[in-house]
Design a protein around this ligand. Structure first.
Ligand SMILES: C[S@@+](CC[C@H](N)C(=O)[O-])C[C@H]1O[C@@H](n2cnc3c(N)ncnc32)[C@H](O)[C@@H]1O
Length: 200
């Protein structure tokens, strides 16, 4: 989907498309980290950026959908986040940050995109990537059905070089209580998680 199609989806929503809280696994991993600077890549209507800002992170949420960002900025706490309307292929944060999070950004060039956003992590910082696993199609979970844009642990692991220590790179099951969509209570889904720390 291009930016115009995402804009249409956000404009058609009643106040937001995605769940109000970040995915549970993101909360679990990010909660113990000391707040610093952060980027929420493809922030959408802002759930992860807003959650991080509430916890003291200086967070930038970047997305190429201005309609998504308008919803995000209007939510409580929206003033505490810097919103950047840009394509992740072209955007440059200016300086590396302590935490880069990307949730459900699915692109034809996902490995290159992960390689690119990994460069935004400062040495000592954390990279968290979560998305639909290719096995989610057969499992019938909510999400895209084009295998070419879905993740596998191999794909995400292969995007990083030896400057990163991989803490976890694996399939994770997302429960129906942790639905991706706002108000959604759909079947459990299979995601791929990458949690890495940049060591140099
Ligand atoms: C499935 S939504 C996920 C939103 C958010 N990360 C979440 O989990 O709630 C994917 C988001 O990626 C954004 N997106 C897709 N391709 C993009 C690109 N090339 N540059 C910036 N944003 C992009 C879309 O606008 C959309 O908001």
């Amino acid at each position: 989907m291009d930016a115009a199609q995402w804009d249409e989806r956000y404009r058609a929503s009643a106040g937001g498309v995605w769940a109000t809280q970040p995915p549970a696994i993101v909360r679990e991993i990010a909660a113990p980290l000391s707040p610093g600077s952060a980027i929420d890549v493809a922030t959408g209507d802002g759930r992860t950026a807003l959650w991080l800002a509430e916890r003291g992170w200086r967070c930038t949420g970047v997305d190429f959908s201005s309609a998504g960002l308008a919803l995000a900025a209007a939510r409580p706490g929206g003033d505490a986040v810097t919103w950047a309307c840009a394509d992740v292929h072209a955007w440059d944060p200016g300086a590396p940050v302590d935490l880069v999070v990307s949730c459900y950004l699915h692109l034809p060039d996902s490995a290159d995109a992960v390689r690119r956003i990994a460069e935004w992590v400062t040495p000592g910082g954390t990279l968290l990537v979560l998305g639909h696993d290719v096995d989610n199609i057969a499992a019938g979970g909510h999400g895209p059905s084009n295998p070419a844009i879905l993740y596998t642990p191999e794909l995400l692991r292969g995007a990083l070089d030896d400057r990163f220590r991989i803490e976890r790179c694996e399939q994770v099951i997302r429960t129906s209580e942790d639905a991706e969509l706002r108000g959604g209570h759909h079947a459990p889904a299979i995601d791929t998680l990458l949690h890495a720390v940049r060591v140099r």
